[in-house]
Design a protein around this ligand. Structure first.
Ligand SMILES: [Fe+2]
Length: 300
């Protein structure tokens, strides 16, 4: 089983190693994460006015709600301040901003009850991001924008960190998805017909682990960690921010979580920007990650 480190004084290098081995890390809100969440709240409140974002879904049909999200989410993703705040957040928790690259932050929503379960509010089945062409050195960062509870958060399935799952990732290529999948998301409100990597066997999802932090609290986990969105049985929509990071030294050395079951092709590395100056990764390094990665043994 993995451990959850809270406000750990560990060095960033040690932390990456622990994350690649299946542990989770959580940090209290700092100035960077508080500013990032405040930006997300401000944009959400403007978009849903006069309604409070966590309960706005109770006041409009799903189609109208989807239309607001289709405008709100890209506004957050491309807001110049969001990138600035992520750089500050990363520096505050010990990352070297010259060696750490991040992709743009996403604002995600999970409506409560049966309101909308596809397209932009897609309810993710249990998955590893590494089934979706993420590099094995990728770390995922997750922050709640409004208060969360176990019943509208995210679940980790630690049992599977070391255990392969039969899955359909070998049919997935990130470049192909980029060409066709994304444009279709905005048109799909209640039914999702896009092909996504998923488990092809019955999974034992309980017991699971849910980490509940205050607003602006930070959760970090490996892209190889099996995780899922909890069906939201509260009466409030979940709003969260997530983004991913890679450390360039680890990409070069191959220091990363193990590949125990993924067969996808392509790489998401072209989306990452250096925290210090928003430069992309070197092209030749990205190319090295376009081929499927050979299976490697688990770290622990
Ligand atoms: Fe994920």
């Amino acid at each position: 089983m993995g451990s959850i480190y809270v406000d750990s004084p560990m060095t960033e290098e040690q932390r990456r190693h622990k994350l690649y081995g299946g542990d989770l890390f959580s940090y209290s809100s700092g100035q960077g994460s508080a500013a990032l969440c405040a930006l997300a709240r401000q944009l959400s409140e403007e978009a849903f006015a006069p309604h409070d974002p966590p309960t706005a879904q109770d006041h409009m049909p799903a189609e109208e709600y989807a239309g607001i999200l289709a405008d709100l989410k890209p506004r957050f993703i491309h807001h110049p301040d969001a990138k600035k705040f992520i750089g500050a957040l990363l520096a505050e928790v010990g990352c070297d901003v010259e060696k750490t690259y991040f992709d743009v932050p996403r604002l995600r929503t999970m409506a409560h009850s049966e309101y909308m379960k596809a397209g932009l509010a897609l309810q993710f089945h249990p998955h590893r991001d590494t089934w979706f062409s993420a590099p094995y050195a990728q770390l995922n960062w997750w922050l709640p924008v409004y208060e969360v509870e176990p019943e509208n958060s995210m679940a980790f399935h630690f049992n599977y960190f070391d255990n392969p799952i039969k899955n359909s990732s070998s049919g997935y290529d990130y470049d192909e998805w980029n060409r066709t999948g994304r444009q279709q998301a905005a048109q799909q409100i209640t039914k999702d017909t896009r092909k996504q990597p998923e488990a092809e066997e019955e999974l034992e999802l309980e017991p699971d682990v849910r980490v509940v932090t205050p607003v602006g609290g930070i959760l970090i986990f490996s892209a190889a960690q099996l995780h899922s969105t909890v069906p939201n049985t509260t009466d409030r929509t979940r709003f969260s921010i997530d983004f991913r990071t890679v450390n360039v030294d680890d990409l070069v050395s191959g220091n990363a979580a193990a590949n125990i079951d993924s067969g996808c092709t392509g790489t998401t590395l072209g989306d990452f920007l250096r925290a210090s100056d928003l430069e992309p990764l070197p092209e030749e390094l990205i190319d090295r990650y376009k081929v499927p990665r050979a299976p490697t043994p688990a770290l622990r």
